[in-house]
Design a protein around this ligand. Structure first.
Ligand SMILES: Cc1cc2nc3c(=O)[nH]c(=O)nc-3n(C[C@H](O)[C@H](O)[C@H](O)COP(=O)(O)OP(=O)(O)OC[C@H]3O[C@@H](n4cnc5c(N)ncnc54)[C@H](O)[C@@H]3O)c2cc1C
Length: 424
């Protein structure tokens, strides 16, 4: 009986396994750690005495692969957000607050309304987004400059959040598909969406439950250390002291981070640089709410870039945070609580219990040069396929990109033949 060995149980590996299982393939899913989810996971934090996510994750209703994946695993109800697209912001330097409100339909007449766009900006300055469509190897600031109010209050926060890379070095071409699939389609495609109770409840546990029900085999604590190749094919998977020989019809999908994949596939070019994301979670004494019942608030001019509130946990995100991450957790908590206190009208001197998480390799550095190092789904070996947010999906390294890469890998496996059957 032929099997597909999916290595890595982040959302890319889970999407691959779910898609293949639904297509009737026998799947064995291996994960090095004791928990699935990878960079998109929840855990019980003893200090905060509650379940938190490793980092705040924001999706948009136009993220079609993510929406389809949640439907596939029966977890559509686990994402929630406002009934219409609203993006509230606070400028910490001036105290000014505003809310971006795209309109329905493809004609962006909301830009004509000063009350719905960024204060202090002119309508034509938004047209610079069109330059992303043919950005080639240009950076975000090459396309939109960096001296305008619109840059400080819109392009920079957006680009840094989406690319986890400074706007000065971030690849503008990756922003285009995001605009095309969300803002350019009107309000219904850019409604903000977050996990209702946690990332694992939305993206991980329902997928694992589906895989178990479907007869897939799940192996945690299995780190793939080496692959033996012969005659252009992978022949043996070596997990420490456990070796798994591959039959002719077996397939392997590596859904791993770039460095781990590069170590297993000789001569593969992978992105090498990465950037940090820092999150700080604060346990408030009582639940808080953001304006317009939004689950998040954009912060301009502070240390924190985004504030998310879920119940009595206020969490901030700082992307491209390589310099910030050099500071101690205490220092980061002090500075970012200052921002949270201003946003939620709390005492800046009384810092609640907090947890700071520094995700050192949160995503690859999405610069024009590193984007060129993204490999395709098919590897040089006939029975080995690649998935992960860093594969050449044309999208930024996000949940949407990771899931799309997983579905593409599953399709490639199916197209490559091999018989179907259930894993033992
Ligand atoms: C703090 C933070 C905030 C983010 N915010 C957002 C956001 O707001 N919106 C958004 O869309 N995206 C966001 N992202 C990005 C998103 O989390 C990633 O794009 C996505 O989770 C990547 O999934 P993946 O499956 O490609 O990789 P991973 O999650 O890295 O999965 C790889 C898996 O492989 C396992 N593994 C590694 N080596 C081996 C081995 N040798 N053998 C077996 N298993 C192995 C790992 O343990 C891991 O579970 C954020 C990421 C971070 C870190």
């Amino acid at each position: 009986m032929n099997r597909v060995h999916v290595i890595g149980a982040g959302v890319a590996g889970l999407a691959t396994a779910v898609s293949l299982t639904r297509a009737g393939r026998a799947v064995v899913l291996y994960e090095a750690s004791g928990q699935a989810g990878g960079r998109c996971r929840s855990y019980v934090d003893a200090k905060l005495a509650c379940t938190i996510d490793n980092g705040n994750h924001l999706l948009l209703s136009g993220n079609q692969a993510a929406i389809r994946y949640l439907a596939d695993i029966g977890a559509s109800q686990e994402l929630h957000g406002p009934p219409s697209a609203r993006f509230p912001f606070l400028d910490l330097a001036t105290g000014e607050r505003w809310c971006l409100q795209p309109n329905g339909g493809r004609l962006p007449w909301w830009l004509l309304s000063p009350g719905r766009r960024v204060p202090g900006t002119k309508i034509w300055s938004y047209l610079s987004a069109l330059r992303f469509a043919a950005a080639g190897s240009r950076t975000v600031t090459d396309c939109v400059g960096e001296d305008s109010v619109l840059f400080r209050r819109f392009w920079e926060p957006l680009a840094v959040a989406v690319l986890n890379t400074p706007a000065q070095t971030g690849a503008a071409r990756l922003l285009w598909p995001v605009f095309r699939d969300t803002f350019a389609k009107g309000e219904a495609a850019c409604r903000p969406r977050v996990a209702k109770t946690g990332l694992s409840d939305a993206f991980v546990e329902p997928a694992l439950a589906l895989l178990r029900r479907s007869g897939a085999t799940l192996r945690f604590g299995r780190r793939l250390g080496q692959i033996q190749y012969e005659a252009g094919r992978a022949q043996l998977l070596e997990f420490g002291d456990v070796s798994v020989p591959l039959d002719d019809g077996d397939r392997v999908v590596l859904a791993l981070p770039p460095a781990a994949t590069g170590a297993l596939l000789p001569a593969l070019t992978v992105p090498e640089a990465s950037h940090v994301i820092v999150n700080a979670h604060f346990a408030l004494s009582e639940p808080a709410a953001l304006p317009a019942m939004s689950p998040f608030l954009g912060l301009i001019g502070g240390t924190a870039q985004w504030l998310f509130v879920r119940g009595n946990v206020a969490s901030i995100t700082i992307s491209a945070a390589d310099t910030v991450a050099e500071a101690s957790a205490e220092e980061i908590a002090r500075k970012t609580w200052n921002d949270v206190a201003a946003a939620l009208d709390r005492d800046p001197h009384t810092i609640p219990t907090y947890r700071v998480i520094k995700e050192r390799r949160a995503t690859f550095a999405q610069t024009p040069a590193e984007v060129l190092r993204r490999p395709k789904t098919r590897s040089a070996f006939a029975n080995v396929f690649l998935a992960g947010d860093w594969i050449d999906t044309g999208l930024p390294a996000t949940i949407e990109g990771a899931i799309r890469s997983g579905y593409s890998a599953a399709q490639a496996v199916i197209r490559s033949g091999g018989s179907t059957g259930q894993a033992g």
